[in-house]
Ligand binder design. Sequence first.
Ligand SMILES: *Cc1c(COP(=O)(O)O)cnc(C)c1O
Length: 382
Amino acid sequence: MQLETILAQLGVRKDQGTGSITMPIYQTATFAHPAPGQSTGFDYSRSGNPTRQVLEEAIAALEGGCRGFAFSSGMAALTAVFQIFKPGDRILVCDDLYGGTYRLFEQILRPLGLAFTYLDFSNTSEEDWENYAGQDVKAVFIETPTNPLMKIYPLSRLAQFCQRHQLLLLVDNTFMTPLRQRPLLLGADIVIHSASKYLGGHNDLIAGLVAVKDPELAERVYFYQNACGAILGPQDSWLLLRGLKTLAVRLERQEQNAAGIASYLNKHPRVRKVWYPGLSEYPGREWHFAQASGPGAMVSFEVESKELALEVLSKIRLISFAESLGGVESLLTYPETQTHADIPETERRNRGITDCLLRLSVGLEHLEDLLADLEQALGGEV
Ligand SMILES: *Cc1c(COP(=O)(O)O)cnc(C)c1O
């Protein structure tokens, strides 16, 4: 079945005893055993819960994995997945990425003995990558497009590189969702989502989802999910199922809006640069559309000065100045002090994140209202 159908039908008649159209919220910590040595399939809600299970099966189906896992946040999902590595293991990481992931790597996992090498896979050749494939290297971790600079990395080529060196390929697919990009089908081993973003889609929940390609690796991730325990509760599992049902229509309209905004910003005299894979001539556009079926609805742009960036943030009226992305409400983020504040300033500058950079998550409002808000906030002669 098509993904749109799977999404709309999530949870439908899964509760066989009642025929409930939506999956009920099994708000229970534990489950009675029918007899000694017997189980209903559920014993304790950290290990498994029926509402969460429907969600976990959903992300596995959507990403084309064998098994899925739901966590209390995207960061909890990443933390659990990275337990599969041991002290001394090195991971090659894309050089532009979500600031919280960088913080997890540098401030939590590095002191525990993992090593990270940051690489720009978009402007280095495959021969360059070969130089990094040392003995201790165990995996490659990427986002594509990246947060916030929308760099594009070639998934299939990275998968081939990983295969040659027996490395795992881990992909944070938050920006694209499985509707637009399915990394497991292109050779990745594990896909991670901050479901707080597009999958939940309503700025009303924090959650993380993981899909794993092969059963043995999935069993290891399950071990850490259960052993570390940062699972998603039944109420939030239900809310996320509810959000997911409309993902296809949301994303379509959000992309239409984003395309309109990107082309408006691209012509604006006070905007220096726009990062949006849907723009013609966008670097990496060819790679992007070889692996993804749409441009997404994230638009990053640089205005002419820091003062103007701050002015825009204070003047927007419809769009909210807030962290996060992917929801029905448009949000404008200032990576400098928000999502990427935990990357040291020199690192941030080296990576191209300036104090003039703004990141817009385009929502479901009418395009004309969004453009009018940006127009009054950007000011100047247009
Ligand atoms: C938000 C985000 C995360 C972290 O997810 P939370 O749900 O906020 O914990 C990870 N990766 C990306 C790309 C994100 O945008």
